[in-house]
Design a protein around this ligand. Structure first.
Ligand code: ADP
Length: 160
């Protein structure tokens, strides 16, 4: 009965994120999706938009919960008694970044393990930053994000 936390910006949530959650929820007893709120980072979507979109997207899964958090992720994991941090990895560049992050979190809290799930090949190219850029030019993002997300993205760039 191991619980896991899946932290991220989810700015916006993509089919790549949902695939990781869908697979992780069959391995762990509970998945706590944690929408990061970092005052140093600039987000396109507000905290409430990111949380509400994600809550709606995972509501079909009874062991997945969504919260936002603006402190260290290992503190959140301890609070919900989760022993695992899940991170998705698309390629070597991701792995290099994620490995450093895992080392840092391990230093902060040695009893919490980071587990990497490799991307499903069909979602290999999905990246929130590229999707935002595509949406800003009015490109079609319907194969990359759910409809609810596509419509929020559209509303963000309606003035352009
Ligand atoms: P962060 O700012 O924390 O990297 P993201 O929302 O970009 O937040 O990503 C959250 C997690 O989801 C990260 O571990 C990232 O590598 C993973 N991820 C993002 N897109 C994909 C994808 N297409 N396939 C697999 N994992 C992904």
């Amino acid at each position: 009965m191991v619980k896991a936390v899946f932290p991220g910006s989810f700015d916006p949530p993509t089919f790549g994120h949902l695939n990781i959650i869908e697979r992780a929820r069959t391995i762990f007893s509970e998945i706590h999706v944690v929408v990061a709120v970092n005052s140093e980072k600039k987000y396109l979507l507000t905290e409430i938009e990111r949380v509400d979109l994600m809550k709606d997207l995972v509501k079909k899964w009874d062991n997945v919960f969504v919260h936002s958090w603006n402190h260290l992720i290992v503190q959140y994991a301890k609070q919900v008694d989760a022993r695992v941090l899940i991170r998705g990895v698309r390629n070597l560049a991701d792995f290099s970044y994620e490995f450093d992050l895992a080392m840092m979190n391990h230093g902060l809290s040695p009893d919490i393990e980071t587990v990497f799930l490799s991307t499903d090949p069909q979602y290999f190219v999905l990246r929130s930053s590229a999707i935002k850029e595509l949406a800003s030019f009015g490109g079609d993002v319907s194969t990359m994000v759910p409809e609810t997300v596509a419509s929020v993205l559209k509303s963000k760039f309606v003035h352009i």
